[in-house]
Write a protein that binds this ligand. Structure first.
Ligand SMILES: [Zn+2]
Length: 432
């Protein structure tokens, strides 16, 4: 099956990796892959032609850090300080979650993401089997893991949680590599050193990716230094053998100058979470310094309890403004860089070099952004328009591996009415 996307403005990737805006061109998708990007009159024939006039075609967005099922906890405890927020609002509800809730919350999250242009997501939450199943059934891409936690220096190795993490990474396979199993350490503060070292070895031997919360809050960062002879979380994780090009850390707000050298040296990637960091008043990561060093940085939403939505267009916008303002320099972090962070950089962090760009031979993960609304005209600069004017609700088509999963408000793989009824029944049970 081939589809020609005709008449749109295309945000393609050039030979040198730069984003370029093409007009008068089309994209032909054949099966899972992009077969052609170029002039309409030279395009190969396709089984179906879609009129994309008045649409910007761009790479699907990669949400590099998310806890999808937290849609069930959207916005609860708003206004509380982090520790009180966790203990009085979040944990009591999470204690009641059953696997079916996680499945329902994840479907709801996928709906929100598909409708706002996310084609790939890094998921970290309990009951990964349910999340895996949802990603498989809905057609979106994602990395999923059993969350690594350990509370004792000896317990659970080699059994218990360690075995669960390895079993999940080893046994959950997708023949299309659309859904990938990976490793995850919740954080330095919720894991013990022997566990961390064994997970590092397991990750290396299974050639997976790994996702970790790193230096999100000042307290967590300072407590790590107190526990580990002055080592920051990055320095401690490096000592444990965790950091390499297949690992990526969410937040990295409080990383220090020496940490940046290690991150660069080890090719450790970062997921920047601007809304969550602002809402919980955690601070904001030194993204500009990271980029200047050549560290790979993606963008994520985090969970909806601390955001409170999964709209990546908001993250692009807010993230860019935060970094410009903190640098007191409007010239830093141009729109092209922000768009790359949300697409190809995120894909790279998740171990996916075959997506994140509109380029012949890449996977066909493509979204169409409508230019119909007043805020999308005039369109003097397409990349600026996407970062500073576009809204998630401007997305009118989301395609993953050549399959259209969402178009003009309709979900092709999800029964939206049933999903809504399921959410209501879970919420009623959890909050009664
Ligand atoms: Zn998180």
């Amino acid at each position: 099956m081939s589809i020609k996307l005709s008449g749109g403005i295309i945000l393609a990737t050039g030979e040198n990796g730069e984003f370029q805006v093409l007009e008068g061109s089309c994209i032909v998708v054949n099966g899972k892959y992009i077969e052609y990007i170029g002039p309409e009159n030279e395009a190969p024939a396709a089984d179906e032609v879609k009129d994309m006039k008045g649409r910007i075609l761009m790479p699907g967005i990669v949400n590099s850090h998310c806890h999808g099922p937290m849609t069930l906890l959207r916005g609860i405890g708003g206004g509380l300080a982090l520790q009180e927020w966790l203990t009085t609002a979040i944990f009591p509800i999470e204690d009641k979650l059953i696997p079916e809730d996680v499945r329902i919350g994840e479907v709801w999250a996928v709906m929100e993401m598909l409708a706002s242009g996310v084609t790939c997501v890094s998921e970290m939450y309990d009951f990964p089997e349910q999340m895996w199943q949802v990603l498989k059934e809905t057609g979106i891409k994602g990395n999923v893991s059993r969350v690594g936690l350990s509370f004792s220096d000896t317990e659970e190795i080699p059994a218990g949680r360690f075995k669960e993490c390895v079993d999940f990474a080893e046994n959950f396979k997708d023949e299309d590599d659309r859904v990938l199993s990976e490793f995850c350490l919740h954080s330095e503060y919720l894991t013990k050193e022997p566990f961390v070292k064994r997970i590092a070895e397991a990750n290396k031997s299974l050639h997976k990716t790994m996702n970790i919360h790193v230096s999100e809050t000042k307290l967590e960062h300072e407590e790590c230094k107190a526990r580990h002879n002055g080592l920051t979380p990055v320095q401690y994780l490096e000592k444990c053998g965790i950091l390499d090009e297949r690992t990526y850390g969410a937040h990295c707000v409080w990383v220090e100058k020496e940490d940046l050298d290690i991150m660069k040296d080890k090719k450790f990637s970062v997921a920047f979470n601007p809304s969550s960091n602002c809402k919980l008043a955690s601070g904001f990561a030194p993204i500009n310094d990271m980029l200047a060093k050549g560290i790979n940085v993606g963008i994520g939403t985090d969970g909806t309890a601390s955001n409170d939505n999964l709209n990546m267009f908001e993250e692009l916008h807010l993230g860019s403004l935060l970094i410009k303002n903190s640098a007191k320099d409007a010239t830093v972090l141009n729109a092209e860089t922000v768009l790359k962070m949300a697409t190809v950089n995120g894909a790279k962090a998740l171990g996916r070099n075959d997506t994140g760009e509109l380029k012949v031979g890449k996977r066909a993960d493509i979204i169409a952004v409508s230019m119909d609304k007043p805020h999308m005209y005039p369109a003097f600069d397409i990349m600026n328009l996407l970062v500073y004017s576009a809204q998630g609700s401007d997305v009118v088509m989301t395609m993953v591996d050549g399959n259209i999963l969402y178009e003009n408000g309709i979900y092709m793989t999800i029964d939206a009415e049933k999903a809504k009824a399921d959410m209501k029944s879970s919420v009623l049970r959890l909050y009664k």
